[in-house]
Design a binder for this molecule. Structure first.
Ligand code: ATP
Length: 211
């Protein structure tokens, strides 16, 4: 279980949110909502351990993530709001790069099958710089299948993805939760999955407060 306790986030001497608490249990999907600049990306970066809160603590399986960074990172996958790909590498080389970071490997055949799954058949050896924004995003999204991770932290995963791709990705997210995974995501689009299958956490701007 992920437990967020009394989190305070400050950016440029501005309190984005304060005393934010919630939990995310196996099988749950939580959509972080709020207007532009509310702090959704900042929250996801805190939870992924990429930045530290002003105060408050994040617990994974009852232990602070700051106390177990390595184990925690082996159980979560963070996809940032950019495609997160290396433009000079091909699609398949990008996948190998991600696998290398996780200390894992996969047969070429499996990598090609995975790229087919995300709609990139025939583009496996193309430099990512030559792919469209949506195709680049799909290379990044292939990471969802590359390494098994319990907690998915997805910042605007539908950006640049076409209608059919969005519908498929929604099913993938739902299926991850149904298998006991957890998903924390931001999206400005309405999720087209049953409302009983996910919760919404609205980030309310804290009072303007100079430090
Ligand atoms: N590294 C940083 N340094 C300084 N300010 C930052 C930093 N990251 C974010 N901010 C500021 O924090 C605020 C919240 O940004 P954030 O990206 O978390 O918002 P968001 O809710 O994800 O917005 P959007 O819906 O536009 O993606 C913004 O005003 C932004 O300028």
């Amino acid at each position: 279980m992920l437990k967020v306790n009394g989190l305070c986030c400050v950016r440029e001497e501005r309190v984005l949110f304060d005393d934010l608490s919630f939990t995310l249990s196996p099988g749950e999907i939580l959509q972080v909502a709020g207007p532009n600049g509310a702090g959704k990306t900042s929250l996801l970066r805190l939870i992924s351990g990429l930045s530290r809160p002003e105060s408050g603590e994040i617990f994974w399986q009852e232990e602070a993530i700051s106390q177990q960074a390595e184990q925690y990172h082996q159980q979560c996958l963070y996809l940032g709001h950019h495609a997160g790909v290396k433009a000079e590498l091909s699609a398949v080389e990008n996948l190998r790069f991600y696998l290398g970071l996780a200390g894992e490997s996969m047969e070429q055949e499996q990598l090609y099958a995975l790229l087919t799954r995300v709609g990139l058949a025939g583009l496996e050896e193309e430099a990512v710089a030559h792919l469209s924004a949506g195709q680049q995003r799909r290379v990044g999204l292939a990471r969802l299948w590359l390494v098994a991770r319990k907690l998915w932290i997805l910042d605007e995963p539908f950006t640049a993805i076409d209608k059919q791709g969005v519908a498929y990705l929604e099913q993938v997210i739902l299926s991850h939760a149904q298998k006991g995974g957890m998903v924390l995501l931001t999206t400005h689009q309405e999720l087209n999955i049953p409302t009983s299958d996910y919760r919404i956490l609205e980030i309310k701007p804290a009072f303007e407060e100079a430090l």
